[in-house]
Design a protein around this ligand. Structure first.
Ligand code: GLV
Ligand code: MN
Ligand code: MN
Length: 425
């Protein structure tokens, strides 16, 4: 049956309308008037945690903020020692973001708990998590919030700095968190049923298939780097070409090499930021600093591609007399969704009337990557018309959110019929 003929339940349609309104409300909580930017440990982060905590409480969840700034809301299971199903996504954004990436998944988790309250206690409790940092917008390192919850925090991250030179350690303190307690944010994997995340697709494949919802099979392996190209700043008029060591031109060539090598190997590489010093119209650039974001389906392929890119950087640098030095700021292995939880998501989509749900690999990163290090994970994708995301035009229709709500509730009930433990081996 095509998605166009599917109709969500009346309750899901009502909840979807509320969720769209909530997304609009949260889109107004931004550091930058006129467009949406909300980063980790900012005043806007604190504000959305307060707002969403109230919505969680209204839906019957007990709420708390953990020692890494993640917001949690939970309902108990049928027995005091019942295991816990986590449902989550994130509330932080990229710069000039859309209003649904991450956010809609958190809100769908809350709506699902509210809806399932009518069925009575399940054999597991449900804990909805609004992760505080997925994008890595402020400190370059992505998945900070979910890494704390997964218990895989790395102390080397404390010295990461934002654009103003504020360290992650200082930002924790300024936000009212104690860096010494970050380990307390970790969940106990032995108590978990697993982790489910609903998210907009951020690509065009569901749209192309004419389906509203999809089952994620795995999440791309990723690495991120900052790269410094150091040449020599000199007079723009007086310095002949053969005497120049132009850092910007080396960086530009390096960016083109990233594209050429990634295109040839079915990977995606992006140079998304670049700054130049001294940054004057009449000075040959002496320094260029840029980012590289690299993704692929498998870790070994991704690493081979990075080796090739670094060799190209060395050659470019040698030819131009510019040193081109990368520093890794983020690394996340590919995560494969658990067949047991994928079955539940598939059953949930089938319950909406879609007989053959699309299965697809996520090229975007998600909090499920961190949780996948310690428990079983699965994801439900929602159609994202035109596949545009990380952009203000990002969209998901109210009808598709409603179908997603029916699917998520049915997936949870499917799991409730057979809730085995999901601790990763
Ligand atoms: C997060 O959205 C990412 O994939 O970078
Ligand atoms: Mn994102
Ligand atoms: Mn996201």
């Amino acid at each position: 049956m095509s998605a166009a003929t599917l109709a969500a339940s009346a309750l899901a349609r009502q909840q979807a309308a509320t969720i769209v309104g909530w997304c609009d409300d949260l889109a107004a909580v931004s550091a930058t008037p006129g467009h949406l930017t909300r980063v980790y440990l900012s005043p806007e982060h604190a504000r959305v945690n307060t707002i969403v905590a109230r919505w969680m409480q209204d839906a019957g969840l007990t709420t708390w903020q953990d020692d890494a700034g993640n917001l949690h809301g939970s309902v108990p299971g049928a027995t005091p020692d019942a295991p816990v199903l986590l449902i989550g996504s994130h509330l932080d954004t990229v710069v000039d973001a859309g209003r649904y990436d991450g956010i809609v998944g958190v809100l769908m988790g809350i709506a699902t708990v509210a809806r399932l309250a009518a069925t009575g206690p399940l054999p597991f409790g449900i804990q909805v998590i609004a992760f505080s940092d997925e994008e890595g917008t402020r400190f370059g390192k992505a998945l900070l919030g979910s890494s704390a919850v997964a218990g895989v925090w790395d102390d080397s991250w404390w010295d990461l700095t934002d654009d103003d030179g504020v360290t992650l350690r200082q930002a924790f303190t300024d936000f009212g968190l104690d860096p010494a307690r970050v380990a307390d944010a970790a969940v106990d994997p032995s108590r978990l049923v697993g982790y489910l995340e609903a998210h907009i697709e951020q690509g065009p494949y569901l749209e192309a298939a004419g389906q509203a919802l999809g089952v994620v099979t795995s999440i791309a392996s990723a690495r991120r780097f900052t790269v410094e190209a150091v040449g020599e700043a000199r007079h723009a008029g007086g310095t002949p070409y053969e005497r120049r060591h132009d850092a910007l031109l080396a960086a530009a060539e390096a960016a083109l090499a990233v594209e050429r090598i990634c295109r040839a190997s079915q990977h995606v590489g992006t140079v998304g930021t670049m700054t130049v010093e001294p940054g004057a119209v009449n000075v040959v650039p002496g320094l260029a600093r840029f980012s590289v974001d690299l993704r692929g389906e498998f870790d070994d392929g991704r690493d081979r591609v990075w080796d090739e890119i670094t060799k190209a950087f060395v050659l470019i640098g040698e030819r131009r007399g510019v040193s081109v030095e990368p520093t890794e700021v983020h690394r996340a292995p590919a995560v494969f969704c658990a067949p047991r939880l994928m079955d539940a998501v598939r059953a949930g989509i089938v319950a909406t009337g879609e007989q053959q749900p699309l299965e697809l690999f996520s090229r975007a990163g998600h909090d499920a990557m961190s949780l996948g290090l310690v428990t079983d994970v699965a994801m439900l994708f929602l159609r994202n018309p035109d596949g545009i995301s990380h952009h203000p035009d990002e969209f998901v229709s109210e009808d598709d959110i409603a179908l997603g709500l029916d699917a998520l509730a049915a997936a949870v009930l499917h799991l409730a019929a057979a809730p085995s433990s999901g601790a990763a081996s």
